[in-house]
Design a protein around this ligand. Structure first.
Ligand code: HEC
Ligand code: HEC
Ligand code: HEC
Ligand code: HEC
Length: 234
């Protein structure tokens, strides 16, 4: 499908998703990837992407776990008794990492406590959906709207980034190249994730660009050294 048709289908998909969620009723119904995310994202083991990302081997599971790519420890996502159907917000974790599930990378602990229905770690992910036109999340999560909460900046590290259990690192994805930091897809735009959900990705987001004060200090320094240099030369 083209990007255009997906965009046109969004309201319908969002409605179906909200309907399925409400029909299922219990809180348990929203705990796992397979409870509603596949309506738009397909199986985790296939190549479906609403933003037309090209995954290695056409498989999101492979991109996340294979040693050739993100090399993520199974227990960052899986729980021993999850019957290979992981939870979004919890997992077994390892001796080096707590069990945050998908939220260890697609959430930030600094965003905790601003949602009515969940821990709140996924505020940036929800606002990315909301700002892309997927309004269904806001039906249950108040932190899905920028009107209710501002997630911490793009530069804030998710808990699992840069740890021994995964090759994923640096949310600002400052080196635009394949298979490092936040970019593991086969696209040639080398873009990672929009961690704070404002639809601006990686290094060009405001918290990622060098501080204006820093640039100013460097300028002042260079001018000062230049002046000394000229004095010496006289
Ligand atoms: C109603 C459709 C829909 C549902 C349901 C949905 N998503 Fe999405 N998701 C989207 C769209 C559309 C985008 C991409 C928007 C864009 O960037 O073009 C997206 C983007 C994403 C991204 C990429 C974010 C980024 O920074 O680029 C992730 C990760 C994601 N979704 C995970 C999930 C998870 C986990 C669930 C279930 C809790 C879920 N989605 C449910 C439609 C949906
Ligand atoms: C990024 C999170 C993540 C990581 C890391 C991960 N998995 Fe999974 N895994 C999932 C999800 C989500 C599913 C559900 C897929 C589905 O039902 O479509 C799944 C499904 C599975 C399945 C059943 C589907 C299949 O392909 O047979 C097996 C087996 C499995 N995982 C094993 C592993 C092992 C072993 C590792 C470590 C080498 C691992 N997983 C790492 C998220 C993950
Ligand atoms: C170790 C960090 C890490 C963990 C844990 C993790 N992800 Fe991801 N995920 C990423 C990164 C980084 C990307 C972006 C890869 C790219 O676009 O190059 C991504 C991409 C995705 C996408 C693709 C969005 C699109 O269409 O472009 C989906 C869907 C997704 N993740 C869902 C999940 C789910 C569900 C879980 C938990 C079962 C999970 N992730 C756990 C780091 C992680
Ligand atoms: C019908 C209500 C409902 C809708 C709609 C809904 N969720 Fe949730 N969501 C929940 C509940 C309840 C939990 C807590 C479940 C748990 O912790 O086991 C949750 C948990 C989560 C979590 C993990 C916990 C955290 O701290 O962030 C993420 C991520 C998430 N939802 C994303 C989404 C996204 C993205 C959408 C829209 C595509 C969405 N949800 C739509 C009810 C909903």
């Amino acid at each position: 499908m083209t990007r255009m048709t997906i965009r046109q289908l969004l309201p319908l998909l969002a409605f179906t998703f909200a309907f399925v969620c409400l029909a299922m009723g219990s809180a348990q119904a929203f705990s796992r990837y397979n409870d509603g995310c596949p309506t738009c994202h397909g199986a985790f083991t296939d190549g479906t992407s609403p933003q037309e990302t090209l995954f290695p081997n056409d498989n999101k599971h492979t991109m996340h776990r294979s040693n050739q790519y993100m090399a993520t420890n199974c227990n960052l996502c899986h729980t021993a008794d999850d019957e290979n159907n992981p939870f979004i917000g919890s997992s077994d974790g390892t001796i080096d990492n707590p069990g945050l599930g998908c939220m260890g990378c697609h959430g930030r602990s600094a965003d905790a406590g601003h949602d009515s229905i969940s821990s709140g770690l996924g505020a940036g992910l929800r606002q990315h959906h909301n700002n892309s036109g997927v309004t269904a999340c806001l039906g249950c999560h108040i932190d899905a709207s920028p009107a209710n909460y501002t997630p911490v900046g793009e530069d804030v590290f998710p808990t699992y980034y840069g740890t021994v259990d995964t090759a994923v690192d640096f949310p600002c994805n400052h080196v635009p190249t394949a298979d490092q930091n936040e970019n593991w897809s086969d696209d040639t735009d080398y873009i990672g994730l929009d961690n704070d959900g404002n639809l601006i990705y990686d290094a060009v987001d405001v918290t990622c660009v060098p501080e204006p004060s820093g640039t100013l200090l460097t300028l002042v320094g260079v001018t000062f050294l230049g002046a000394i240099g000229r004095r010496r030369a006289r």
